[in-house]
Design a protein around this ligand. Sequence first.
Ligand code: HEM
Length: 504
Amino acid sequence: LRQLLPQDKTKPPMIFHWIPVFGSAAAYGQDPIKFFLDCREKYGNVFSFILLGRRVTVALGPDGNNFVMGGKHTQLCAEDAYTHLTTPVFGKDVVYDCPNEMLMEQKKFVKFGLRNDNFRAYVDMIEDEVHKFMNNDINFRAYQMNDINEWGSFDVLHTMSEITILTAARTLQGKEVRSLIDKSFAQVYMDLDGGFTPLHWLFPWLPLDSYRKRDAAHKKMSQLYQDIIRKRREDPSGEEEHDMIASLMNQHYRSGKILQDHEIAHIMIALLMAGQHTSSATGSWILLHLADRPDVCEELYEEQVKNFLQPDGTWRPMQHEEIRSLPVLDRIIRETLRMHPPIHSIMRKARTDIPVPPSLAAPSESGSYVVPKGDIVFSSAAVSQVDPLLWRNSFEWDPARWTDPEGIAQQAYKQYDDENGQKVDFGFGLVSKGTESPYQPFGAGRHRCIGEQFAYLQLGTIVVTLVRKLEFKMNTPVPAPNYQTLIILPQNPRNILYRRRKFD
Ligand code: HEM
């Protein structure tokens, strides 16, 4: 009934809902992109809705992205929004279970591990893992038979999940984790992962089996990493490793305090969880679109042939530095992340009342909206990245748009000219910078992803290793997204067909 009374004009408009407490959970959970675009149509760029008892305010568009991602962390706080989901999984004293300044230092430590001289060793390792996988996995029988007329098929998400964890283990996680991956590690990982879902974000303390398994798995996983660290400390004579554990073991905070073993262990768990679903989902969408567009897949293959095939028929090893400068590969990954950013709602919690700039949204009368203290605040690059106001044929997967200045509606250029007084280049290479960009698959601002370079290296190497060996096709359309998981995944069925190339 309260919804029928005149609304408080200082707060963003509230989306009407029939069921108290439940609110708009069904519409949001079913298809958040459609829900947000529909709400924008009626209420503009800023509105609020009820999500299972919580007040959520959404800020859309490039200005909305800027409001949330560029907001002060003392006002729009990430740890208050995420910690009840992440701390039981990652563990104590890291990421969102510590003051934000500490997270910033931890991100610097990780960045140091994600450096070029480590990356250089990774391309070969990733290639090797993919080859081994193809030579052993049951779904690659048709490839193993060496018959170029035989088509086989595999479930892309299943395959990419396995390849992603194997390659991340071999590179970032280190040889000990890699050696355990087919054994104890897999079950512990599955139990931990089972506790990293929207349900666990919405209801942090349900007495369900998955919560107990999650907590037990966290203890085991933390111990597993701490044992690796202890053994490495006990035998410092071992060969120099290029992995993240080795890198973190040499880091200390500005205060002089070294990273404790449990902190290293928990950062390693956080990196595992941050990279696994994001990269395996992205890799799956890439393969689905390549199978759906064999012309683009052939363009990618030709780029490989031109740059890496040697006169004797063998492939020259790819260098890490080359990956970002292969335009076809780059725009395939870029376009896939535009249409399928793994995370649809970036969350913060308002620690104070926060005025909304009138340029973003304002009530029809004078004055401005205020996001009330305690609200969860969402931004959604998943919306601005498919916004028909900003992108031509915005729901179409079209890597060529990144080479075509007309690929993004002129309006976008105008808008940015007007507001910033200067032209913002949406073209190749520049679009993902800045909290006000409409393109933010890796976030922006203080909490921006530090895994982007690694993700490009990992995805790029996996995809070209597969494409050098296989042709793809699909007899069904690219599946719709499933929004019910923490990361947007392709719905079932998601099988693609493959056949061994004549010259591989
Ligand atoms: C943060 C996306 C891979 C580590 C983020 C954020 C996004 C994102 C959107 C911002 C979250 C927020 O503002 O609340 C992605 C995508 C990936 C990817 C699309 C792959 C395609 C990785 C990988 C790693 C990683 C491989 C680790 C090696 C992190 C970390 C943060 C982060 C440490 C910072 C969290 C913070 O400061 O609050 N990522 N990520 N990500 N990501 Fe990634």
